[in-house]
Design a protein around this ligand. Structure first.
Ligand code: AMP
Length: 281
């Protein structure tokens, strides 16, 4: 497994493997089974698998957890070696954003609601770094988790709008046995919070059950999730959204098209994201 530290090194590696297809999974490290699923798919579906590890400062707002984001480089590299990854791209913030840096990518509408509204500037950081990573890695396919549902839609939009000529491949959410979506940030949870956290998944399943039983009123479907989350004393509900699956515009009328229920629930300072798709085959 090769380690590349700068865009120039990454591009040179890619050029040395000219004519081979590359699958790419960008991550912020502190890897878990969700990340490794992306890496393995990249491995299986392409000649080459590339994973990046970069905690991207521009997608964190002041006061968020950039400085204390969990890191374990040695363990991450061993896991990627075991997954059969060919190259790891490991740039530093100084390499990605040298003095004088001033160029950002903005996707307009689909970045506005949900996480865009809760974390101003977040998606501008995400699209900027992902485009820079794509420019260095030149992947044929890029693998992203459905857990970050809005991110997936934003990046799909960017790839289309900017003619990137690569495929954005969505990958299913990998969960702990009790249903909690895996996340590097789960390590922040106290044992009590960790024990209560599966309520997030249960709440989404309750909303989906209401939909599957024939309910089409967005407020009633959302209420099924909200009731469960409100009943958990350690949980603080940030939002439950029922939105158009593509645009992520909040549904005003009855659900008549594929839709996405997404939620953010806070346990202390830790924000847990989860979502479930409705009405898709
Ligand atoms: P992160 O390191 O949190 O930036 O995540 C890197 C990639 O892994 C993103 O595409 C995430 O959506 C994906 N990912 C994170 N957690 C999971 C999970 N539990 N299941 C599937 N994909 C995930």
């Amino acid at each position: 497994m090769d380690l590349l530290y700068t865009p120039a090194e990454m591009r040179a590696w890619r050029r040395a493997h000219d004519g081979h297809s590359a699958g790419f999974a960008p991550t912020m490290g502190y890897l878990h089974e969700g990340h490794l699923t992306l890496a393995r798919r990249a491995r299986e579906e392409n000649d080459l698998a590339v994973v990046s590890i970069f905690v991207n400062p521009t997608q964190f707002a002041p006061g968020e957890d950039f400085e204390k984001y969990p890191r374990d480089e040695e363990r991450d590299l061993q896991l990627l070696r075991d997954a059969g990854v060919d190259a790891v791209y490991f740039p530093t913030p100084a390499v990605m954003y040298p003095p004088g840096y001033q160029t950002y990518v903005t996707v307009e509408e689909v970045t506005q609601p949900l996480e865009g509204s809760a974390r101003p500037g977040h998606f501008r950081g995400v699209t900027t770094v992902v485009l820079k990573l794509f420019n260095a890695v030149e992947p044929d396919r890029a693998y992203f988790g459905r857990k970050d549902a809005q991110q997936l839609r934003v990046l799909r939009r960017m790839a289309l709008d900017l003619d990137l000529g690569l495929e954005i491949v969505p990958c299913d959410i990998v969960r702990e046995p009790d249903g909690l979506a895996m996340s590097s940030r789960n390590v922040y949870l106290s044992p009590q919070q960790r024990a209560a956290a599966p309520v997030v998944r249960r709440a989404l399943l309750a909303a989906k059950a209401r939909y599957d039983a024939g309910e089409r009123d967005p407020a009633a479907i959302r209420a099924a999730a909200i009731d469960l989350i409100r009943a958990e004393p350690l949980a603080e509900l940030e939002y439950v959204s029922l939105a158009d699956d593509d645009s992520l515009e909040e549904l005003a009328g009855p659900v008549a098209r594929p839709a996405l229920i997404s939620t953010v629930v806070r346990f202390g300072h830790t924000r847990l994201l989860d979502n479930i798709e409705l009405g898709l085959p």
